[in-house]
Design a protein around this ligand. Structure first.
Ligand code: DOR
Ligand code: ZN
Length: 462
């Protein structure tokens, strides 16, 4: 007797697509078979629907602790469940910042008490202040290390400073490239990837000091002029060179510029251990959308031009970019009002990531199987969690996202599970949606409704 049977669906992985039934027992995939003749306690009819290895979002800032008025882990993981995401990777820039074993243990306990889906954790690199702690963090099971290249951080808690003022004594200025080299060296010893936010602070400072916003058609174009493609390409280039010198595995976060795709492609062709991701806002919007979306569109790096968007799609199609993630970065609506240069960057993304990528399948931009690659298999592989996560192999965790490619719906930010309702996609009509989210055999969302009443997500050691 099995616990659950999912019948009549079509199974999709990057390598296969076929009709079969899935049996689940004790939270694991027990059988994948065309023979639906066994008994199960719960029977889910997936006729006309597609069954994916649970979607994974590797880039989530839940603000817990530190800024729980914007978001917390309980709500972000409800948003994940609602959006068809069975596992999130929590970014380390919270309070406490995850910089050593002690802060890791504290944050893990905090997150475990609130997780509605499974989660893994990132470690944070803060240069010489924690290069010696990276091995202990690796031993704790962080999936990878994040480095916010180009950002100043607060002295008291190492959190990001959105508007850097060099005269502020409470702030650590952006690190120079020499110190970053020491980070790459320290990360290399752990064998795990370093993932970078790629923006060159010196160039941005120079340009921001020189431009006159009045010379641009709108404030967004002025912002873009201060954070040009070159600011990203410079950092990606340096990072690839460091990776080549030191053997550090390198992952480029939220790629936004066409140059980044070219650089990653060349690095891969050279056989370097370099990978890259991008996000729906870069794939589904351009600078032109600022006119009707307004400040909610602001994120760093910024949403760029049609040419960049086209290059990012090409990068996904040819496998240069291997994953798409949300960069879920909630802020309050009040915070998002004001000068584009001052307001914080980022928006909610957990509930729109999968629908937008499913829509992309319907639009012919990617195939159903590529969707399984970018949202399931590749994220798991990047962090050495495959096949426990990211597969439908017998014996692995029964994390499953069931997709209805025909389901029409309109994004309504007020219905978000997240505390913050900030998104650039409000009101968008989308065809295609996850209709069921299953975490280790338990349905956490079915037909738009959260179906659990207590957090049962688990920390997954990478
Ligand atoms: O737009 C962004 N917001 N980009 C980042 O890299 C950080 C994030 C945040 O944490 O607010
Ligand atoms: Zn981020």
């Amino acid at each position: 007797m099995y616990d659950t049977l999912i019948k009549n669906g079509t199974i999709v992985t990057p390598s296969e697509m076929f009709k079969a039934d899935i049996y689940i027992k004790d939270g694991k995939i027990a059988a994948v078979t065309a023979d639906a003749s066994y008994d199960a306690g719960e029977v889910i009819d997936a006729s006309g629907r597609y069954i994916y290895p649970g979607f994974i979002d590797t880039h989530v800032h839940s603000r817990d602790g530190g800024a729980t008025y914007k978001e917390d882990f309980y709500h972000s993981t409800l948003a994940a469940a609602a959006g068809g995401i069975t596992m999130v990777f929590e970014m380390p820039n919270a309070v406490p910042a995850v910089i050593n074993k002690e802060s890791f243990e504290a944050q893990k306990a905090n997150l475990e008490s609130k997780a509605n889906v499974d989660f893994a954790m990132w470690g944070l690199c803060i240069g010489k202040m924690n290069n010696d702690n990276l091995q202990e963090l690796s031993d704790c099971g962080v999936g990878a290390f994040k480095f916010f290249w180009g950002y100043a951080i607060r002295k008291d808690n190492y959190n990001l400073v959105y508007n850097y003022d060099p005269s502020d004594p409470n702030v650590i200025p952006p690190m120079d490239d020499g110190e970053v080299y020491s980070i790459f060296k320290a990360v290399a010893k752990t064998g795990r990837p370093v993932a970078i936010h790629a923006e060159n602070a010196d160039l941005i400072k120079e340009l921001t000091g020189k431009i006159n916003p009045a010379d641009y058609p709108n404030e967004y174009e002025a912002l873009l002029a201060c954070r040009p493609n070159t600011a990203e390409a410079l950092v990606v280039n340096t990072a690839i060179q460091y990776s080549k010198d030191l053997g550090t595995r390198l992952h480029i976060l939220h790629s936004s510029a066409s140059e980044t795709v070219d650089l990653i492609k060349e690095a891969k062709a050279e056989g370097l251990p370099v990978s890259g991701e991008t996000c729906p806002h870069y794939l589904c919007m351009t600078n032109k959308d600022y006119d009707h979306i307004g400040p909610m569109i602001k994120c760093y790096p910024p949403v760029r031009t049609q040419k960049d968007q086209d290059a990012l799609w090409e990068g996904i199609k040819d496998g240069t970019l291997t994953s798409v993630c949300s960069d879920h970065a909630p802020h309050t609506e009040e915070e998002k009002n004001g000068s584009l240069f001052r307001i914080p960057s980022g928006m909610c993304g957990l509930e729109t990531l999968a629908p937008l990528m499913i829509q992309a399948v319907n639009d012919g931009k990617i195939t159903k199987q590529q969707l399984a690659a970018i949202l399931s298999e590749n994220p798991a592989k990047l962090f050495n969690l495959y096949p426990q996560k990211g597969s439908l192999n017998v014996g692995t965790d029964a994390d499953i996202t069931i997709v209805d490619f025909d389901r029409h719906y309109k994004v309504d930010r007020m219905k978000f599970q997240s505390i913050s309702k900030v998104t650039a996609f409000d009101g968008m009509e989308i065809t295609g949606k996850p209709v069921r989210t299953i975490v280790r055999g338990t349905t956490v969302m079915a037909d738009d409704k959260i179906t659990i009443d207590h957090p049962a997500g688990k920390f997954i050691k990478a």
